[in-house]
Design a protein around this ligand. Structure first.
Ligand code: FDM
Length: 209
């Protein structure tokens, strides 16, 4: 049987370096002869994703509950595709997933269990790399953009919610993102290497949340 791909998720606050680490990891995996693709959520290219984009840019007003479910729908609409990619033996490196979904809404004051509910049954990542850094390091990295969540006060609430939620999960690695890009990548790479070895030796079934 063909070895399935690994589902690797990066999580963290805005401006923590997730996107460039995702890109570097995909390139590295490909250079090592492995199949790998990058995905990101929200995926703003779909019809559902365009609504999310309008909301984030402040062009469309939606209730907190409605946008929460729309973010989740954006993941659900691609589950079959993700399953096929993994079964084909391609590794997926994903910039944000359901953990951002739960945490950003709970930071607005909603119950975390309510926030997690719509994502129950999604494909579970094999490994979640949570990039965290002290507040000062994050604020120092070129300013936040103009999207609705990119305000320092809200980001601090998100950070607290991330720390709380991710400590309860069994697939999360906490990565100190305050080092240089290269230092952080080396740490990530060690964890990914180990997960790739683990998946070769364990059963190939995809897990679900
Ligand atoms: N975000 C992202 C959510 O609020 N819920 C979600 O389910 C996801 C995936 O959208 F502020 C937030 C997190 C971030 C914003 O993310 C857009 P990017 O990574 O900047 O595109």
């Amino acid at each position: 049987m063909r070895k399935r791909g690994l589902f690797i998720v990066f999580e963290g606050l805005d401006r923590c370096g997730k996107t460039s680490q995702c890109e570097q990891l995909v390139n590295f995996l490909k250079e090592s002869g492995k199949k790998a693709i990058m995905k990101r959520y929200p995926d703003r290219t779909t019809t559902i994703g365009q609504t999310i984009n309008n909301y984030l840019q402040g062009k469309q007003n939606l209730s907190d509950q409605a946008i929460h479910l729309i973010f989740s729908a954006n993941r659900w609409e691609q589950q079959e595709e993700i399953k096929k990619i993994l079964e084909d033996g391609t590794n997926i490196v994903c910039d944000r997933y359901c953990y951002s979904g739960a945490v950003y809404t709970s930071a607005k004051g909603y119950d975390i269990e309510w926030c997690k509910n719509p994502d129950k049954g999604l494909i579970k990542p094999d490994i979640v790399l949570y990039l965290h850094a002290p507040k000062e390091v994050i604020s120092k990295r070129s300013g936040f953009g103009g999207e609705v969540y990119e305000k320092e006060e809200f980001q601090l609430k998100v950070r607290e919610a991330f720390d709380k939620l991710l400590h309860q999960e069994d697939n999360v690695i906490f990565i100190d993102a305050s080092g240089t890009k290269e230092e952080v990548f080396q740490i990530i790479n060690q964890h990914v290497k180990k997960s790739l070895e683990d998946i070769s030796s364990k059963d190939q079934k995809i897990s679900y949340l």
